[in-house]
Design a protein around this ligand. Structure first.
Ligand code: FES
Length: 326
């Protein structure tokens, strides 16, 4: 089930490779008014995976521009099929996308901003850096990458920020020390973060540990990053003989809905919590990939966000809705 999503037809105008495994796509909606959208906005793109329709969410890169909407897609090694689909597209391809929407609230009145990007997490951060640099705000961007060669938009960011861009390249032995970084930023700083789930968890702990208010750490997430590899797992429905297989390229939400066990949803990014369902038993391990539940709630394993979270082994859930009752 979808809420608040307006799908619009669009055309893929052009593509360019930014780094090995990272490709930028310029997409122009048929009815494009170039109206400004907030930095940190994302669009959903309708993709086809194994012949079935799926949705993938991508951050828009940079501030609004008249050419269209830019996204950058990393060809993920453990792709669930979305990046593979995007990468086989050619200019001129027709796409269905949603209107830009933003969940990354930026308070523009701060004196200091600390931006942190991990890998492809640079995509929503790029626009924030652009907007803050243009406003003359006190901003520093910490960009954690495996190597400079694999870092997207490095030259653009260096030109924009100069020495306010700090690259933490793993192959240069310059790993990002979030504890040290957050201990050094002044009180009242607003931090904007986008990176993989493990890095986000480390950032949250470091931010709280340094005594900053948690609401001052704003973040965007990758719905696909977890702590376990993306593999097939099984879901049993409580009080029924139904056991479903969730293949690596599909979400639990999609499989449940396709099987008649309707689960309501909204963001499909692990942020709103609307798709949360009760977990009755875990025979294996749950990989919570949402940012809705607290660490404590995740440890208790009583609920799971079906849109992004996955598991190893078999879990038994209760959707409170029976397929035969629909
Ligand atoms: S739909 Fe929003 S968290 Fe799953």
């Amino acid at each position: 089930m979808r809420f608040i999503e307006t799908w619009i037809p669009a055309t893929l105008v052009s593509m360019r490779d930014l780094a090995p495994g990272i490709r930028e796509f310029l997409i122009r909606p048929d009815q494009f008014d170039a109206a400004a959208y907030p930095v940190g906005s994302h669009i959903n793109v309708s993709v086809t995976v194994d012949g079935l329709p799926e949705t993938r969410s991508y951050s828009l890169v940079g501030e609004a521009c008249s050419a269209g909407l830019k996204i950058a897609v990393r060809r993920a090694e453990d792709s669930r099929g979305g990046s593979r689909y995007m990468w086989q597209l050619a200019p001129g391809a027709r796409l269905d996308i949603t209107q830009p929407a933003s969940l990354l609230a930026v308070d523009w009145a701060r004196e200091n901003y600390c931006l942190i990007a991990g890998g492809i997490g640079i995509t929503p951060i790029f626009g924030a850096a652009q907007a803050l640099a243009r406003r003359g705000a006190g901003v520093t961007l910490h960009y954690a990458v495996r190597s400079r060669a694999e870092a997207a938009y490095l030259d653009d960011l260096a030109a924009m920020l100069g020495d306010r861009l700090v690259v933490h390249a793993g192959d240069e032995g310059k790993r990002l020390d979030l504890d040290a970084l957050f201990a050094s930023v002044p009180r009242g700083t607003l931090a904007l973060f986008c990176g993989p789930m493990r890095m986000l968890e480390a950032a949250r702990h470091a931010w709280i540990g340094a005594g900053h208010p948690l609401p001052d750490l704003r973040y965007e997430t990758f719905g696909s990053s977890g702590t376990l590899p993306t593999e097939t797992f099984r879901v049993r429905l409580k009080d029924s003989n139904v056991e479903l297989e969730i293949p690596r390229e599909r979400s639990m939400l999609d499989v449940l809905n396709a099987s008649g066990f309707e689960v309501i949803s909204d963001c499909k990014r692990g942020e709103c919590g609307l798709c949360a369902i009760d977990v009755v038993e875990v025979d294996g391990e749950i990989d919570h990939r949402d940012v809705f539940f607290s660490d404590h709630q995740k440890e208790s394993n009583q609920k799971i966000c079906a849109c992004v979270s996955r598991a190893r082994g078999t879990i038994t859930v209760d959707t409170l809705l029976r397929a035969d009752a629909i």
